[in-house]
Design a protein around this ligand. Structure first.
Ligand SMILES: *[C@@H]1O[C@H](CO)[C@@H](O)[C@H](O)[C@H]1NC(C)=O
Ligand SMILES: *[C@@H]1O[C@H](CO)[C@@H](O)[C@H](O)[C@H]1NC(C)=O
Ligand SMILES: *[C@@H]1O[C@H](CO)[C@@H](O)[C@H](O)[C@H]1NC(C)=O
Ligand SMILES: *[C@@H]1O[C@H](CO)[C@@H](O)[C@H](O)[C@H]1NC(C)=O
Ligand SMILES: *[C@@H]1O[C@H](CO)[C@@H](O)[C@H](O)[C@H]1NC(C)=O
Length: 438
């Protein structure tokens, strides 16, 4: 079993590279740069520099996964696109975001729906396992690996993740899936099996919050996924919409994508708090006046431009994306969560359920005070602008400069001075209607 899995990993990368070659003709640049990174001694004996030339075009990306279960999945997915009205009604949704944009919160809108099989950041494992050397075809190659895994997951092929799990699953049972507890579907029956009577064998505590569940059996998860009416996932690891084109054109997948964005000034402020070591340069600037170098600023610009090009493509509505893309601002969700939930569900073509409404109601509770002005505004709206008091204006200015084009597209107003930035009566949100934003 061990050996099989090792080969599966090697084959996987080899196959991934073949796909790259086919699609981008960049293999010669990539092949020498692909490295597998394993944190554990398990792979010490493995020569993990893979030569891409060793394989044939017919190698399948995911070895040993073409289970008969998945053939059901495709028949469930309904007829070809051209018929457009899917009678079986199975829908697939990707919530595409970046870190600190409120995507966990918005993801809950779908996690809470018991008709949806919801996965929380499944690509976390892929990111941890695959790394490309600097100056390689980094972004492109990773995106392709991500995309192929997403495609399989959308079809309920949970085995697609197994090559990336550590420790390697044994008989499709895994000891650790990142944030399993954030996915209701993986924490309820039948996927939640009784825990072992002996002590939980891994360091982790029981990952599911409400139930004590045993180790995760991926076969059971796959069954559960196929049983559910719809499939959804949230990820901060997909960057560019155009990489998803093959999924959009896959007639088995009725895919819709919601790109969630947030004011880049708020995102930076939040990341400085959440990832202090990664944003050291910015913090130093805020606290000690040490100006961040061009590289830091360049990274920020790159992030914003990535978001902008993706959103721009979506908003331009090319034929392959028609009615499949929605741009959503976190701020709008925070201000009117219920209204926005309805809009997202309508877009996804999935009926909203009472449990979803209840969750939103409970978790965005309106204040019961007498202040009528705020009665339609939810409590979440009080939180989302706190950064305006915390972020030094000089940093906000840099963000406004390098992220200007993205901010313009998303409808975030520039603050002309420190007073405006800190004045919460002065809205930084452009009216949505004029922007093509939901
Ligand atoms: C691993 O592969 C590289 C590249 O093919 C080769 O140079 C190296 O000698 C190999 N190492 C071992 C331990 O086989
Ligand atoms: C790949 O599969 C096709 C069809 O089965 C076959 O004709 C072709 O020779 C195979 N290519 C390789 C390199 O094995
Ligand atoms: C995982 O679930 C499948 C499907 O119910 C079952 O056949 C299999 O025995 C389970 N695996 C283990 C190791 O319990
Ligand atoms: C908003 O929610 C927080 C936490 O639930 C609570 O402490 C606070 O009082 C609420 N604010 C209002 C105005 O209801
Ligand atoms: C804050 O903004 C509001 C609305 O633009 C404005 O009327 C008010 O004068 C501003 N307050 C301060 C202190 O600048």
């Amino acid at each position: 079993m061990r050996m099989r899995s090792k080969y599966a990993i090697i084959l996987f990368f080899v196959a991934a590279l073949v796909i790259i070659e086919k699609e981008n003709n960049i293999i010669s640049r990539v092949s020498d740069k692909l490295i597998l990174k394993f944190p554990q001694g398990e792979f010490a004996g493995l020569n993990n520099t893979i030569s891409a030339r060793a394989l044939t075009e017919n190698d399948s990306l995911l070895t040993g996964t073409s289970s008969s279960l998945l053939n059901c999945a495709s028949s469930q997915a309904g007829p070809k696109r051209e018929d457009s009205k899917e009678p079986t009604g199975r829908k697939h949704l990707i919530l595409m975001a970046t870190t600190r944009t409120g995507s966990s919160f918005v993801g809950e809108f779908f996690n809470q729906n018991s008709n949806i099989f919801y996965l929380f950041e499944p690509l976390w494992h892929v990111e941890r396992t695959v790394t490309f050397e600097p100056k390689g075809a980094n972004a492109v190659a990773t995106s392709i690996v991500y995309r192929d895994v997403v495609q399989r997951l959308m079809l309920c092929d949970m085995y697609a993740l197994e090559n990336f799990l550590l420790p390697l699953p044994i008989q499709h049972v895994t000891a650790f899936l990142f944030r399993r507890g954030s996915s209701k579907s993986l924490c309820e029956k039948p996927v939640c099996t009784p825990p072992p009577r002996t002590k939980y064998p891994w360091h982790e505590r029981f990952p599911c919050r409400l139930h004590r569940c045993g180790l995760l059996n991926m076969t059971l998860a796959m069954h559960a996924c196929l049983q559910k009416q719809h499939v959804a996932m949230k990820t901060v690891r997909l960057r560019q919409l155009d990489f998803l084109r093959p999924l959009m054109e896959d007639f088995r997948i009725n895919l819709k994508v919601i790109q969630l964005v947030r004011d880049p000034r708020a995102v930076l402020a939040s990341r400085m708090v959440a990832f202090p070591s990664k944003y050291e340069a910015w913090k130093k600037w805020a606290n000690q006046g040490v100006v961040p170098d061009d590289e830091e600023v360049g990274k920020l610009r790159g992030n914003c431009e990535n978001l902008r090009t993706s959103a721009q493509l979506g908003l331009s509505q090319p034929a392959w994306l028609k009615d499949r893309f929605m741009l959503m601002r976190y701020e709008d969700v925070a201000l009117e969560p219920m209204k926005k939930a309805y809009e997202m569900y309508r877009f996804a073509g999935i009926p909203i359920t009472p449990e979803v409404k209840m969750w939103i109601y409970t978790n965005t509770q309106t204040s019961q005070g007498s202040d009528n002005l705020y009665s339609t505004r939810k409590n979440s709206s009080e939180q989302f602008e706190k950064w305006r008091l915390a972020l030094p204006f000089k940093i906000a200015q840099v963000v406004q400069t390098v992220c200007g084009p993205a901010m313009k597209l998303f409808g975030y107003k520039l603050a002309k001075d420190a007073e405006t930035l800190a004045n919460r009566s002065a809205s930084l949100l452009e009216d949505r209607g004029s922007l093509g934003i939901a």
